[in-house]
Design a protein around this ligand. Structure first.
Ligand SMILES: *[C@@H]1O[C@H](CO)[C@@H](O)[C@H](O)[C@H]1NC(C)=O
Ligand SMILES: *[C@@H]1O[C@H](CO)[C@@H](O)[C@H](O)[C@H]1NC(C)=O
Length: 255
Protein backbone atom coordinates (compact mmCIF):
# COMPACT_ATOMS: atom_id res chain seq x y z
CA UNK A 1 0.00 0.00 0.00
CA UNK A 2 1.85 3.06 -1.16
CA UNK A 3 0.96 6.67 -0.83
CA UNK A 4 2.69 9.84 -1.75
CA UNK A 5 2.11 13.26 -0.41
CA UNK A 6 0.52 15.67 -2.79
CA UNK A 7 1.06 18.49 -0.44
CA UNK A 8 -0.31 20.08 2.59
CA UNK A 9 -1.74 23.48 3.01
CA UNK A 10 -1.63 25.14 6.26
CA UNK A 11 -2.79 28.40 7.69
CA UNK A 12 -1.60 30.03 10.86
CA UNK A 13 -4.08 32.80 11.42
CA UNK A 14 -2.83 33.03 14.94
CA UNK A 15 0.59 34.11 13.75
CA UNK A 16 -0.97 36.78 11.57
CA UNK A 17 -2.69 38.16 14.66
CA UNK A 18 0.53 38.09 16.64
CA UNK A 19 2.33 39.75 13.74
CA UNK A 20 0.13 42.81 14.15
CA UNK A 21 1.84 43.59 17.45
CA UNK A 22 4.51 46.26 17.07
CA UNK A 23 7.66 44.26 16.42
CA UNK A 24 10.99 45.08 17.96
CA UNK A 25 14.05 45.34 15.78
CA UNK A 26 16.39 43.80 18.30
CA UNK A 27 16.47 40.43 20.02
CA UNK A 28 15.25 40.32 23.62
CA UNK A 29 18.03 39.98 26.19
CA UNK A 30 17.16 36.36 27.04
CA UNK A 31 18.29 35.36 23.54
CA UNK A 32 22.02 34.70 23.82
CA UNK A 33 23.63 34.85 20.41
CA UNK A 34 26.78 33.26 19.04
CA UNK A 35 29.49 35.04 17.13
CA UNK A 36 29.74 34.16 13.44
CA UNK A 37 33.49 33.76 13.93
CA UNK A 38 33.16 31.41 16.93
CA UNK A 39 35.21 28.29 16.02
CA UNK A 40 32.83 26.33 18.25
CA UNK A 41 29.67 27.79 16.76
CA UNK A 42 27.71 24.51 17.00
CA UNK A 43 28.52 24.04 20.67
CA UNK A 44 27.59 27.63 21.39
CA UNK A 45 24.30 27.32 19.50
CA UNK A 46 23.46 24.04 21.25
CA UNK A 47 24.11 25.54 24.68
CA UNK A 48 22.11 28.69 24.01
CA UNK A 49 19.43 26.75 22.19
CA UNK A 50 18.89 24.54 25.22
CA UNK A 51 18.77 27.54 27.53
CA UNK A 52 16.17 29.29 25.45
CA UNK A 53 13.61 26.48 25.17
CA UNK A 54 11.98 27.01 28.59
CA UNK A 55 12.04 30.79 28.04
CA UNK A 56 10.05 30.84 24.85
CA UNK A 57 7.15 28.53 25.70
CA UNK A 58 4.89 31.39 26.72
CA UNK A 59 5.57 33.14 23.43
CA UNK A 60 6.81 36.67 22.93
CA UNK A 61 4.74 39.13 20.91
CA UNK A 62 7.73 41.51 20.68
CA UNK A 63 9.45 39.07 18.33
CA UNK A 64 6.17 37.70 16.91
CA UNK A 65 6.66 34.33 18.57
CA UNK A 66 3.35 32.58 19.39
CA UNK A 67 2.67 30.68 22.60
CA UNK A 68 4.26 27.25 22.17
CA UNK A 69 2.75 25.40 25.15
CA UNK A 70 0.14 24.78 24.05
CA UNK A 71 0.63 25.91 20.48
CA UNK A 72 -2.67 26.65 18.82
CA UNK A 73 -3.01 25.95 15.13
CA UNK A 74 -5.96 27.79 13.71
CA UNK A 75 -6.20 25.31 10.88
CA UNK A 76 -3.86 22.52 9.83
CA UNK A 77 -4.36 19.99 7.08
CA UNK A 78 -2.98 16.60 6.21
CA UNK A 79 -3.44 15.37 2.66
CA UNK A 80 -2.27 12.08 1.28
CA UNK A 81 -2.40 11.21 -2.37
CA UNK A 82 -3.35 7.57 -2.12
CA UNK A 83 -1.63 4.92 -4.18
CA UNK A 84 -2.54 2.98 -7.29
CA UNK A 85 -5.48 1.54 -5.41
CA UNK A 86 -7.06 4.94 -5.19
CA UNK A 87 -7.80 6.68 -1.98
CA UNK A 88 -6.13 9.66 -0.50
CA UNK A 89 -7.13 11.33 2.68
CA UNK A 90 -7.89 14.91 3.58
CA UNK A 91 -7.93 15.62 7.29
CA UNK A 92 -8.26 19.14 8.65
CA UNK A 93 -8.09 20.18 12.24
CA UNK A 94 -9.41 23.47 13.55
CA UNK A 95 -8.12 25.35 16.57
CA UNK A 96 -5.95 22.38 17.41
CA UNK A 97 -3.91 22.38 20.57
CA UNK A 98 -0.39 21.06 20.30
CA UNK A 99 0.86 19.87 23.69
CA UNK A 100 4.37 18.72 24.51
CA UNK A 101 6.75 21.26 22.96
CA UNK A 102 7.86 22.46 26.41
CA UNK A 103 9.46 19.07 27.04
CA UNK A 104 11.56 19.36 23.88
CA UNK A 105 15.17 18.37 24.31
CA UNK A 106 17.60 19.83 21.80
CA UNK A 107 20.05 17.03 21.04
CA UNK A 108 22.12 18.47 18.25
CA UNK A 109 22.52 21.55 16.15
CA UNK A 110 24.82 22.10 13.21
CA UNK A 111 25.08 25.45 11.50
CA UNK A 112 26.82 26.10 8.22
CA UNK A 113 26.82 29.87 7.79
CA UNK A 114 28.45 29.68 4.36
CA UNK A 115 25.90 27.25 2.98
CA UNK A 116 23.14 28.93 5.00
CA UNK A 117 22.05 25.57 6.29
CA UNK A 118 21.00 24.39 9.73
CA UNK A 119 20.48 20.83 10.99
CA UNK A 120 18.59 20.13 14.19
CA UNK A 121 17.86 17.05 16.24
CA UNK A 122 15.11 17.36 18.82
CA UNK A 123 13.56 14.77 21.11
CA UNK A 124 10.04 15.07 22.48
CA UNK A 125 8.79 12.52 25.03
CA UNK A 126 5.23 13.05 23.87
CA UNK A 127 3.44 15.32 21.43
CA UNK A 128 -0.35 15.53 21.16
CA UNK A 129 -2.51 17.40 18.70
CA UNK A 130 -6.11 17.61 19.84
CA UNK A 131 -9.11 19.53 18.60
CA UNK A 132 -12.00 19.66 16.17
CA UNK A 133 -11.43 17.93 12.87
CA UNK A 134 -13.12 16.85 9.70
CA UNK A 135 -11.96 14.06 7.46
CA UNK A 136 -12.78 12.63 4.08
CA UNK A 137 -11.14 9.99 1.95
CA UNK A 138 -9.54 6.65 2.53
CA UNK A 139 -7.25 5.38 5.22
CA UNK A 140 -5.62 1.97 4.62
CA UNK A 141 -8.19 1.50 1.84
CA UNK A 142 -11.11 2.01 4.22
CA UNK A 143 -13.43 4.86 3.35
CA UNK A 144 -13.50 7.32 6.20
CA UNK A 145 -15.53 10.48 6.69
CA UNK A 146 -16.95 12.54 9.49
CA UNK A 147 -16.18 15.28 11.93
CA UNK A 148 -15.72 15.54 15.66
CA UNK A 149 -12.82 15.54 18.07
CA UNK A 150 -9.41 14.19 17.16
CA UNK A 151 -6.44 13.21 19.26
CA UNK A 152 -3.19 12.47 17.48
CA UNK A 153 -0.36 11.52 19.83
CA UNK A 154 3.25 10.62 19.15
CA UNK A 155 5.53 9.17 21.84
CA UNK A 156 9.32 9.25 22.04
CA UNK A 157 9.47 11.49 19.05
CA UNK A 158 12.89 12.00 17.47
CA UNK A 159 12.75 14.82 14.96
CA UNK A 160 15.49 15.77 12.53
CA UNK A 161 15.06 18.99 10.63
CA UNK A 162 17.20 20.66 7.99
CA UNK A 163 16.61 24.29 7.13
CA UNK A 164 17.97 26.35 4.26
CA UNK A 165 17.77 30.08 4.42
CA UNK A 166 18.59 32.89 2.10
CA UNK A 167 19.35 36.51 2.82
CA UNK A 168 17.03 39.24 1.65
CA UNK A 169 18.07 42.89 1.53
CA UNK A 170 15.35 45.26 2.56
CA UNK A 171 14.93 48.64 4.11
CA UNK A 172 16.34 48.20 7.61
CA UNK A 173 19.05 45.76 6.65
CA UNK A 174 19.52 42.17 5.64
CA UNK A 175 17.03 39.55 6.80
CA UNK A 176 17.09 35.76 6.82
CA UNK A 177 14.27 33.88 5.16
CA UNK A 178 13.85 30.11 5.48
CA UNK A 179 13.28 29.02 1.90
CA UNK A 180 13.07 25.26 2.29
CA UNK A 181 13.06 22.63 4.96
CA UNK A 182 13.27 18.88 5.32
CA UNK A 183 11.75 17.15 8.32
CA UNK A 184 11.78 13.51 9.30
CA UNK A 185 10.89 11.73 12.51
CA UNK A 186 10.72 8.40 14.25
CA UNK A 187 8.36 7.52 17.07
CA UNK A 188 7.84 4.59 19.40
CA UNK A 189 4.06 4.90 19.22
CA UNK A 190 1.57 6.76 17.11
CA UNK A 191 -2.06 6.95 18.10
CA UNK A 192 -4.96 8.61 16.40
CA UNK A 193 -8.43 8.51 17.84
CA UNK A 194 -11.42 10.18 16.26
CA UNK A 195 -14.97 10.77 17.47
CA UNK A 196 -17.96 11.50 15.24
CA UNK A 197 -16.95 9.35 12.28
CA UNK A 198 -19.54 8.06 9.82
CA UNK A 199 -22.24 10.56 10.75
CA UNK A 200 -22.14 9.41 14.34
CA UNK A 201 -22.44 5.66 13.73
CA UNK A 202 -20.82 4.48 16.94
CA UNK A 203 -20.21 0.87 15.88
CA UNK A 204 -18.40 1.94 12.70
CA UNK A 205 -16.53 4.65 14.61
CA UNK A 206 -15.34 2.19 17.28
CA UNK A 207 -14.33 -0.22 14.56
CA UNK A 208 -12.22 2.44 12.82
CA UNK A 209 -10.55 3.43 16.09
CA UNK A 210 -9.70 -0.22 16.73
CA UNK A 211 -8.15 -0.41 13.24
CA UNK A 212 -6.23 2.81 13.88
CA UNK A 213 -4.98 1.36 17.14
CA UNK A 214 -4.01 -2.04 15.82
CA UNK A 215 -2.55 -0.90 12.50
CA UNK A 216 -0.90 2.28 13.69
CA UNK A 217 2.37 1.50 11.95
CA UNK A 218 0.68 1.26 8.55
CA UNK A 219 -1.43 4.34 9.26
CA UNK A 220 1.67 6.28 10.29
CA UNK A 221 3.45 5.12 7.17
CA UNK A 222 0.67 6.62 5.07
CA UNK A 223 0.50 9.88 6.97
CA UNK A 224 4.18 10.40 7.73
CA UNK A 225 5.25 12.41 4.66
CA UNK A 226 2.32 14.70 5.11
CA UNK A 227 2.87 15.10 8.86
CA UNK A 228 6.56 15.87 8.20
CA UNK A 229 5.55 18.52 5.65
CA UNK A 230 3.15 20.12 8.10
CA UNK A 231 5.72 20.15 10.89
CA UNK A 232 8.26 21.65 8.48
CA UNK A 233 5.84 24.37 7.44
CA UNK A 234 5.05 25.22 11.05
CA UNK A 235 8.78 25.59 11.76
CA UNK A 236 9.30 27.69 8.62
CA UNK A 237 6.31 30.00 9.22
CA UNK A 238 7.28 30.47 12.86
CA UNK A 239 10.92 31.27 12.12
CA UNK A 240 10.19 33.54 9.16
CA UNK A 241 7.75 35.47 11.25
CA UNK A 242 10.64 36.30 13.58
CA UNK A 243 13.31 36.64 10.87
CA UNK A 244 11.14 39.18 9.06
CA UNK A 245 11.54 41.76 11.81
CA UNK A 246 15.01 41.16 13.20
CA UNK A 247 18.04 41.83 10.99
CA UNK A 248 20.21 38.80 10.33
CA UNK A 249 23.38 40.24 11.83
CA UNK A 250 21.65 40.24 15.22
CA UNK A 251 21.55 36.45 15.25
CA UNK A 252 25.22 35.96 14.41
CA UNK A 253 27.01 39.19 15.30
CA UNK A 254 30.68 39.20 14.28
CA UNK A 255 31.81 40.26 17.70
C1 LIG B 1 -4.70 12.07 23.74
O1 LIG B 1 -4.24 10.73 23.69
C2 LIG B 1 -3.14 10.46 24.55
C3 LIG B 1 -2.67 9.03 24.29
O2 LIG B 1 -3.73 8.15 24.19
C4 LIG B 1 -3.54 10.71 25.98
O3 LIG B 1 -2.45 10.50 26.85
C5 LIG B 1 -4.02 12.16 26.12
O4 LIG B 1 -4.49 12.40 27.43
C6 LIG B 1 -5.13 12.47 25.13
N1 LIG B 1 -5.44 13.88 25.17
C7 LIG B 1 -6.70 14.34 25.19
C8 LIG B 1 -6.86 15.83 25.24
O5 LIG B 1 -7.68 13.61 25.16
C1 LIG C 1 -4.94 -1.01 21.31
O1 LIG C 1 -4.26 -2.21 20.93
C2 LIG C 1 -3.58 -2.85 22.02
C3 LIG C 1 -2.86 -4.07 21.48
O2 LIG C 1 -2.37 -3.86 20.19
C4 LIG C 1 -4.57 -3.24 23.09
O3 LIG C 1 -3.88 -3.78 24.19
C5 LIG C 1 -5.36 -2.00 23.54
O4 LIG C 1 -6.37 -2.37 24.46
C6 LIG C 1 -6.00 -1.31 22.35
N1 LIG C 1 -6.62 -0.08 22.79
C7 LIG C 1 -7.81 0.32 22.35
C8 LIG C 1 -8.30 1.62 22.87
O5 LIG C 1 -8.47 -0.34 21.56
Amino acid sequence: MSSTTLGVSFVLVLLAAVAAAAPRKTLPSYVKTCSSSDPKLNECALKHGREIIPRIMKGDPSIRLPVLEPMILDKAEIRTAGGANGGGLHLTCYKCNVHGLSKAKLNDIKIDLKKKHLDLKVFLPSLSVTGKYDVNGRLLLFPVYGKGQANLTLNDLDVTAGLDWKLVKRKGGEFAHVASEQVDFTTSKFSLSLTGLFNGDKALNDNMNAILNESWREVLNDLKPSISDTVGQIIRFTLNNIFDVIPYDQFFPDK
